[in-house]
Unconditional design. Structure first.
Length: 112
């Protein structure tokens, strides 16, 4: 019986910055060497909930991303997970939304 590789989920959120694609690529290469697979959630945390959007990340499909700007996964700082800034502000996230995130992670076999 073949055992499924442990899986690492990657997302980028809050806007992009230099180096995100390099981090994604390095994570994929290191994970492959250690026997893990990787998936990337698209549009930040929004990719974790309905509709779930992700892509497999492999050494092959991340080979040319180091020279690309931004992040290949996309990012968002708006929507259901947007946070307000300030010392005493706390983000109130709908518990059903958090349950949906947990279900997605479990269903896709992401290590947690």
């Amino acid at each position: 019986m073949k055992t499924q590789k442990p899986c690492i989920g990657i997302l980028t959120s809050g806007g992009d910055c230099p180096g995100l694609n390099a981090v994604i690529r390095a994570t994929v290469l290191s994970s492959e060497r250690l026997g893990y697979s990787c998936i990337g959630f698209l549009r930040g945390y929004e990719g974790l909930v309905d509709p779930v959007e992700y892509m497999p990340l492999t050494p092959a499909n991340t080979s040319g991303i180091l020279t690309q700007g931004g992040t290949i996964l996309g990012s968002t700082n708006r929507g259901r997970f947007s946070a307000t800034t300030g010392k005493d502000n706390r983000l109130a996230i709908d518990p059903d939304l958090l349950t949906g995130v947990a279900q997605t992670v479990r269903q896709l076999g992401v290590c947690g």
